[in-house]
Design a protein around this ligand. Sequence first.
Ligand SMILES: *Cc1c(COP(=O)(O)O)cnc(C)c1O
Length: 409
Amino acid sequence: MTADPYSWMEDALATIHRAGWYRSMQTLHGRSGAVMTLDGQPVINFASNDYLGLAGDDRLIQAAIAATQEYGTGSTGSRLVSGHRDLHQQLERAIATLKQTEDALVFSSGYLANLGTVSALVGKRDLILSDQYNHSSLKNGAILSGATVLTYPHCDVAQLRQRLEQHRDRYRRCLLLTDSVFSMDGDLCPLSELLALATSFDAMLLVDEAHATGVLGATGAGCVEHFGCTGSPLIQVGTLSKALGSLGGYVAGSATLIDYLRNRSVGWIYTTGLSPADTAAALTGVAIARQEPQRRTQLWQNVAALKQALTQQLADNPDVDLTLLPSESPILCLQAASPAIALHLGAALRQAGIFAPAIRPPTVPTSRLRLTLMATHDRTHIQQFIAALNQAMQVHTQTISTNLRPRTR
Ligand SMILES: *Cc1c(COP(=O)(O)O)cnc(C)c1O
């Protein structure tokens, strides 16, 4: 008998298929923007994290080209050996200035920034308290650290306090972890309350500003600025790959924190420095995010317009079993009663030239259509979305109406 040590993968894939959880990629063509091409058909893009429309901006493209010509394509080594350039330093200064922190450190991705920071800050003798809906990178950073990890119900400050009262004393250091904008729901963490708890329980607080940087706050500094918490004792992590239009991640905080991470974060020390092109594009992205607040104004106008239209449409169709989840960000989610309904709706919209993906378990607890708005959407894009949704609702009432199907909730 010859056993195949790889055959389990086919079984695992079959299980994924049976559960309706199988995922595959879709190829978008053309420059990133509000309108792209999918399978040869133009689609209005409601699936992008490019909130300010910078990923296709000529100025970022030119900055990336110029940096590539000056420095080459790769940074050729880790930052502590041969991979550090003046561009990295400029970017770290620009992020620290945006965030009004003493210093900042750039990682190869937001995911790696979370893994590398969380695992450097706490260890076996320590305690992590983590919001149930935190991003995968925070959850895996917590596991990697070896600390004891307790989750608390989503944004539930009372439950978090109870866990702190019950467990804090038995551990050396304590770290609270939260997304600031929750990536699959669009709601915000209760930042002031979390800061107060961190202070009274001698805990560090790390906030993941991935979906907030460039988007929230008067200068685009994020949720911390939005809630008036600038200057508070905090560790801010984020990405250069969403509103800032490039690739990479960052940590911003005290000079001591950054100095410590440069010496202890294996996710920063043992990996190649960010490429010159990505670094230069991000630097231009940070500058534009600060200097062109009109992009945020337009973005928030688009959010308000779509939210109002969706609310109206759901009110006009009381039989349709879709719920607009509470959101205070450009992420708007229409919750469906089943993965099949979410997929069905996504496919119907897709036929009408709208790209808005269905997000299903295990990524989220309940299936939903997740819509993200951009500063570069215009009024007609939003009108076309509403018309397409309306049509999908009329044509597919049988599948998505409460009165024709036993309730599952
Ligand atoms: C996207 C995201 C990340 C990861 O950032 P990348 O730069 O894409 O690796 C981390 N945290 C949150 C909350 C995110 O949404």
